[in-house]
Structures are given as C-alpha cells and as structure tokens.
Design a protein around this ligand. Structure first.
Ligand code: ADP
Ligand code: MG
Length: 383
C-alpha cells in the first residue's frame, strides 16, 4: 500500500465525521462516517452547501469561515441539535489545510452519550451536596417548629372554658370565660391560632420528609413485581385525589400497557410505590392544568407501560397534560423546584423520584416533554 492509500484508509476509518469545504462552504470531500450522518446521498453530496447536508452546522457558518479567514482552528465544544424529537450534542472542530489555501476541514463528533452521562453525574452530585445540607437544616428547623406546635396547643387548651384549671384562674380574676371565648371567635383569633397550628404541622411534615430521605442506609432490596406495584399505586393515587375532592380524576382515562412476562426486579417496593404515586400525582396535576385552559373536548389520559429491554425493565409513566418547557424540564429534578408554589407544590416529588431511582436503585429516570402536548417519565431499572 502506498502512503496515499494509507492516508485515505485512515481517513475513511476514522470514527469522526470528516468534511472538507471550499471558501463558500460547499462540500468537496467527505468520509464514510460523515456520509452516514448527512442528509443527502453520496451522489448529491459534492458541492452541496455544508449546512444543507449537515443541518447541525446551520447556525455556525460564520464560525467555520473564521477558520479559513484567520487560518486558525475553531472549536465549537458543545452544540445542541434536535432531530426527530431527540436531542444530540456535537463537538465541531474546523481547521484550514496548510497545503491548500481555499480548503477547510470540518470534523464532527457526536458527544451525546458523554453529555448525558455528565448531566446525570452533575444531578447526582447536586443531590448529594443538598442531602447533607437538607439534613442539617431539617434538624435545626425541627426544634423551633416543635416548640411552636407545642405552645399553640397549650394556648388553645388554656382558653377552653370547660377546663377546671382555666375556670379556677378565671374565677380568681372575675373573668367571664364564655365571653372571652365569644370575643376570640368574633375577632377570629381562634381561626388564626388554628391556621398557625396547621402551618406549623405542614412545615414539620416537610422537614420530616427531608430527614427521611437523607438517611443513606437501612434499605434492603427484594424481588418486586413492578406491574403489581404500578396497579397498587394507581389505586392509591385515585383514593388520594378523591380525598382532595379533585373531580377531574373521574374523567381521566388510565391506559395500561403492561408486559405479561415481566421479570421481577430486585428493588425497594415501598420506595418504588412512592415513585409511581409521585409521578401519577404530577400527571394528574398536569392534566388538570391543561383542562383549565382547553375546551371541553379535551380528555385527560395517563398511560402506563412496562417492557423488557435486554436485561433492563423499563417503566414509562406518560400523560397528555400541560407539558414542560425546556427550562422546566431541565430543572424538574432539582429539590425544591416547583412551578406550582401557589397550589401547594413543594418541589420535592421529582427530586425524591430521582433519589430513589438513580441513587438508591442505580437505575435511570429521564423526562420527555412537550408543552401543551404531554410528558413521559422513562424509568430504567437494572436487574
Ligand atoms: N407530568 C408533568 N407534566 C408537566 N409538568 C410536570 C410534570 N411533573 C412535574 N412537572 C413539573 O416539574 C415541577 C416539579 O415537580 P415536583 O418535584 O413533583 O414538585 P411539585 O409537584 O411539588 O411542584 C412541577 O412543579 C411541574 O412544573
Ligand atoms: Mg409533585
């Protein structure tokens, strides 16, 4: 093999996509990998504008031209491109050729896998550092909260007209307890006391949830029938909605698509149920939100699917609700991120889901969502 052939063969076999373009960014040569990811066929590729054949380069024509005009290497480290609903990440390197004045080489590397992994690691780290912080804060907040709850209960008891101890002191002071109580009612002081108590209980609940989920160990796995856990979770979620008198659950259809031969997965049944209930609650809330802005004809639908993929069990919880913007989807797993603050959201639902699936079970959870169209949570559990 002569040196020419050797070099051609190296270029052909390179895992990167390689393209050469002229000063007008028209394609001169491409290697096999470039052809594989291009939009045009081999016959039409020569002289085609490079961003017609490679649409991920569309917004970067000026950057590519800089490589030639400045005779320098231009690296676009991480460009995002959405193709058929799937997000890809590419690293683009452009450099001029020493020997040929009018030619730029463009190298395209698909870094989607690495990007995804990095995002997952980042999210896990964020959760870990928050865990410690959350546990610390929870402990600190717990004490004053208990004091508030205790004191409120004492105040309420000491205002009750039929307690002998209260009656004794009132008599000493010639105070009419009945009248005092009527005053408290009419000035709504009793109502304020109830509302302070309720608020403190709510805060205390949040805190104890935080503490519960920052405990690292004490979990033991057992073989779980995922289909059965899903069905139990649906029943639970429906009861919960009825309890909160949310009538929209009655008109929501629930579609089940459960694999019959699903193998059992070694997991944590209680925690998995918590995951499913959280996702079902979010789905129903997303449906209610879309219902509020759409005409009567809109029908909410939740769909649950299980299937086997290689050695993994995949669970998909989908809804045709309000959906998420890209920005919301990016932050959705963050602890305390919520868009439903006004309607009682805590932003702890999905961070708990992430914690259980990724950290405790070593699986993955991903979001696919489109605004005003719907959302899917895809959970992958390794056996
Ligand atoms: N199925 C869904 N459809 C649309 N948006 C969702 C869905 N699930 C979660 N979200 C978004 O993610 C945010 C965080 O969810 P979560 O952690 O459960 O907190 P919360 O439900 O308390 O707001 C929600 O406020 C909402 O904006
Ligand atoms: Mg939620």
């Amino acid at each position: 093999m002569d040196i020419q052939e050797l070099f051609s063969s190296i270029i052909e076999s390179m895992p990167s996509a390689l393209i050469t373009v002229d000063g007008d960014l028209r394609i001169k040569h491409i290697n096999t990998n470039a052809l594989r990811i291009s939009n045009v066929n081999a016959a039409a590729v020569k002289n085609a504008p490079v961003d017609d054949a490679f649409p991920m380069l569309e917004n970067y024509r000026d950057d590519i031209k800089v490589a030639l005009s400045q005779r320098t290497t231009v690296i676009l480290d991480r460009i995002e491109y959405v193709n058929e609903d799937k997000k890809h990440y590419y690293k683009i390197t452009c450099y001029p050729l020493d020997a040929l004045e009018d030619v730029t080489v463009i190298q395209i590397d698909d870094i989607t896998g690495r990007e995804m992994l990095e995002q997952r690691v980042l999210q896990t780290e964020k959760m870990h550092s928050l865990d410690g912080l959350a546990a610390g804060i929870a402990h600190e907040v717990n004490n004053p909260l208990s004091a508030i709850i205790n004191d409120i209960q004492n105040i309420k008891r000491r205002l009750e007209p039929d307690r002998p101890a209260n009656q004794g002191v009132a008599m000493d002071l010639e105070l009419d307890l009945e009248k005092l109580n009527r005053y408290l009612q009419r000035r709504e002081i009793s109502f304020f006391l109830d509302s302070i108590e309720e608020g403190a209980f709510r805060a205390s609940n949040i805190v104890s949830n935080m503490l519960k989920f920052s405990k690292p160990s004490g979990y033991s796995r057992e073989p779980c029938d995922i289909n059965q856990l899903l069905e139990q979770s649906i029943n639970f979620a429906i009861k919960d909605f009825e309890l909160h008198e949310d009538a929209s659950i009655n008109s929501t259809t629930i579609e089940l698509n459960l694999a019959k031969d699903l193998p059992r997965v070694r997991a944590l049944p209680v925690e998995l149920q918590q995951v499913f209930v959280n996702l079902l609650q979010n789905a129903q809330q997303a449906i209610a939100a879309r219902k509020a802005i759409e005409p009567e004809s809109y029908v909410g639908k939740i769909s649950l699917e299980t299937r086997v993929e290689g050695d993994d069990v995949v669970v998909i919880v989908g809804d045709n609700g309000i959906g998420m913007s890209d920005e919301v989807a990016r932050k959705a797993f963050d602890p305390y991120f919520t868009t439903r603050l006004h309607s009682g959201g805590t932003g702890l639902g999905l961070s708990t889901v992430f914690r259980i699936i990724n950290t405790l079970l070593g699986g993955q959870v991903e979001i696919r969502s489109a605004e005003n169209y719907g959302t899917q949570f895809i959970i992958t559990l390794h056996q």
